[in-house]
Each structure stands twice: as C-alpha cells, then as structure tokens.
Design a protein around this ligand. Sequence first.
Ligand code: TYD
Length: 138
Amino acid sequence: MKNTTVYNCSVIEMDKHHSDVGNITVIENNNKDIPFDVQRTYYLYDVPGGEERGGHAHRELQQLIVAASGSFDVMLDDGNVKRTVTLNRPYQGLLVVPGLWRELNNFSSGSVCLVLASHKYNETDYIRNYEDFLSYKR
Ligand code: TYD
C-alpha cells in the first residue's frame, strides 16, 4: 500500500488480566483486539547490543509489534516523515500499516520482540532497498 503514512500507525493497549501470581494478555482473531487476522507469529531475541533489525518495508503485510520482554525502539518512515516509537510494556503493541520502512534498534539486554503478522512469510512482499522504497512511495 503506497499511500500510508507513519500517522496511520498507533500504539494500542491490550487487555491485561492481573493477578497476584502475574499477568496475562490475550490477542484473538475476533475483529476486535487487532484489525487483522493473525496468520503468523514470530519473535526476535538475543539481539546483540547495538545491533539493528528490520531495514525493509512490506507492500501488504500488517503487523502488531510487542515488546514481550524488555524494550526497543521502532523507527517508522513513510518516505516523508520519520517517527520513532519506544516499546517497553508487554500489554502495549504498535500496529504497523503496510508500505512503511522500519528499523528496530536499542534492544535492551534479554528483550523479546514479538510480532503478529497478517500474512504468511512471502519474500516478494518485502522491499529491502531504501531507494526502491522511495520510488515505490512516489
Ligand atoms: P527479516 O524479516 O529480514 O528479519 P528482520 O526484519 O528481523 O531483520 O528476516 C530474517 C530472515 O529470516 C530472512 O532471511 C527470512 C527469514 N524469515 C523467515 O523465513 N520467515 C519469517 O516469517 C521471517 C520473519 C523471516
């Protein structure tokens, strides 16, 4: 999707069930918790300090990015505006619309980046070159 902007992304607060023995947050395919059905879940962990992940855009994929543990920054770029969001709560998630360049960095030690995605893995959905991304958005 070409016409999306960083302002189409938002941090959502998921439900959190408290108890004396810990918390639990649930996300279901119910057209209510998040605006897409989840086809794939993956997580990033053991990212060495100072390293960066991402560095690409998706043409159609929607994602919910959650700091399941620890913290990291997500830099979003629509070719015009850049916006950085820090994630550091397991009950908050960043909804990322298609058509945005993203870079993830500043991973805290032991952090886990959980990603819920709207489609199965498809390399042809990726734009991995920044100049190609800018041409796509023009
Ligand atoms: P990539 O999405 O480029 O990683 P990141 O954005 O976190 O830096 O994926 C890294 C590698 O993992 C890539 O070569 C393909 C593979 N991969 C899969 O096979 N399936 C998946 O669902 C994902 C996300 C990645």
